[in-house]
Design a protein around this ligand. Structure first.
Ligand SMILES: Cc1cc2nc3c(=O)[nH]c(=O)nc-3n(C[C@H](O)[C@H](O)[C@H](O)COP(=O)(O)O)c2cc1C
Length: 225
């Protein structure tokens, strides 16, 4: 797979885990890919906690189920109906959780580049996660990012010390297939925006000025060939 193929094939996985647990060789390869990510001041502020104890997975899954219920209750009726069939995690079925953390003290007090923008530290961790995600796709593995949790609960469950914080729980495991269309799109929750809406030129003027006008007026002004 080249990098564009991996980017196109990557999916957030909840329902397609095969039930087989990832072998250690592939686990270490995807962690190595994560660990090669760029980071502000080369601070490498991430750590990876690999969780495979069925009891810990079950406890976390129960907590996530409660958070899912809280979210469902907060929704208006139409959104609640759309949300109901959507699975938001694969904690037990993946067999492995990789909990990715951020240590703001890594590299000492003088992090080159973070002195003006503190969030570049956590952003670096997000890049490590994307590296892991793409490498996993190449390895025939699925990744599902779970953020339906209360951080204090997870810190306590995994004995994560201050001032380290949790960035993500990633479900990681072999899959039977990867969907072509994201679950949230297939279930009608939210679709992808067109690239032309996201790209601005020279300033943050609404993209409608130059791109949407092109898109919408083309059929009327350009004769079909
Ligand atoms: C920061 C972050 C948090 C996410 N949290 C969840 C989550 O708690 N549960 C879930 O099912 N998906 C979660 N996702 C996955 C997104 O729903 C998914 O990436 C998006 O719908 C696009 O689908 P795709 O990744 O398959 O392209 C999360 C993704 C990101 C980047």
């Amino acid at each position: 797979m080249d990098v564009y193929q991996a980017i196109a094939a990557r999916r957030d996985v909840r329902n397609e885990f095969s039930g087989e647990v990832i072998d250690d060789a592939r686990l270490m390869r995807v962690l190595e890919a994560a660990h090669r990510a760029p980071s502000v001041g080369n601070s490498q502020p991430w750590d990876f906690v690999v969780v495979q104890d069925p009891d810990t997975l079950a406890r976390f899954a129960d907590h996530v189920a409660q958070c899912r219920d809280d979210f469902a209750r907060s929704l208006p009726a139409d959104r609640a109906t759309t949300f109901r069939p959507i699975n938001i995690e694969g904690i037990r079925t993946s067999g492995t959780g990789v909990v990715v953390t951020y240590d703001p003290t890594r590299g000492g007090p003088h992090i080159l580049g973070r002195h003006t923008i503190d969030e570049t530290g956590r952003l670096s961790v997000a890049l490590a996660i994307e590296n892991l995600w793409l490498a996993a796709t190449d390895e025939g593995l699925g990744v599902g990012w779970v953020s339906f949790y209360r951080e204090p609960y997870l810190r306590d469950l995994l004995a994560i010390p201050d001032p380290v914080t949790v960035v993500a729980w990633l479900c990681l495991g072999p899959v039977t297939e990867l969907q072509e269309i994201p679950d949230l799109e297939r279930f009608g929750w939210r679709s992808r925006r067109p690239l032309t809406d996201a790209v601005h030129r020279e300033s943050f003027r609404p993209a409608t000025d130059e791109f949407a006008t092109d898109r919408e007026s083309l059929p009327a002004t350009v004769p079909a060939t």
